[in-house]
Design a protein around this ligand. Structure first.
Ligand code: ZN
Length: 188
């Protein structure tokens, strides 16, 4: 094992609350805080995931094994006490439909509510998946990044060493996606 590995382990790295590891789709940002009226099907990007926004739903894309599925995330509005409206997502999983201000990225382009996310991870693969995701984020944070894309090479580190670390991050990402995919098969 290289030094980077010992580094985060010796730091006593503990995975933070699981939900923090996931990218989140915030209904306030998509709908409440808009300054301009809607165009039907307006393009929006969140963390690199593409959505089309409609007043009644957001259309998202789930990619699984090179296939793509478009799926709607229903949007409902409630009236505020002092006027105006608040918007909520309904969890896109038909068995759930829970009203939720935020959804979390579960796997390739699929956003779920907090409850479903937890449920998805309470499968037998959970500890494995968590461990893998934990490792991935520990590496990303160690190299000053917020995502797989923007880690930085520390001064004095060889490019080769750095490339190996970046490969490692991508392998962890692939592995996590694979585990999550397996879990989703059980879960749906
Ligand atoms: Zn749900």
């Amino acid at each position: 094992m290289g030094k980077w590995w010992r580094y985060w382990r010796n730091k006593g790295h503990k995975a933070k609350s699981r939900v923090e590891h996931y990218q989140c789709l915030d209904c306030s940002q998509c709908y409440d805080k808009r300054k301009y009226p809607f165009e039907e099907g307006e393009d929006a990007w969140f963390h690199g995931w593409h959505l089309n926004l409609f007043p009644s739903h957001a259309l998202a894309t789930f990619s699984s094994q090179e296939k793509q599925f478009r799926y709607p995330i229903p949007v409902v509005a409630t009236n505020c006490h002092y006027g105006g409206q608040r918007h909520w997502f309904l969890c896109p999983l038909p068995s759930c439909k829970r009203r939720s201000k935020k959804l979390y990225l579960y796997t390739e382009g699929l956003f779920l509510c907090r409850k479903c996310l937890k449920l998805a991870y309470s499968t037998q693969n959970r500890s494995d998946t968590d461990r893998i995701i934990g490792k991935k984020w520990a590496l990303i944070r160690k190299y000053g990044g917020d995502s797989e894309w923007d880690i930085k090479r520390p001064k004095g580190m060889h490019q080769k060493t750095f490339d190996r670390i970046r490969d490692k991050i991508w392998r962890l990402e692939e592995l996590a996606m694979q585990k999550i995919g397996e879990a989703f098969g059980k879960f749906s």
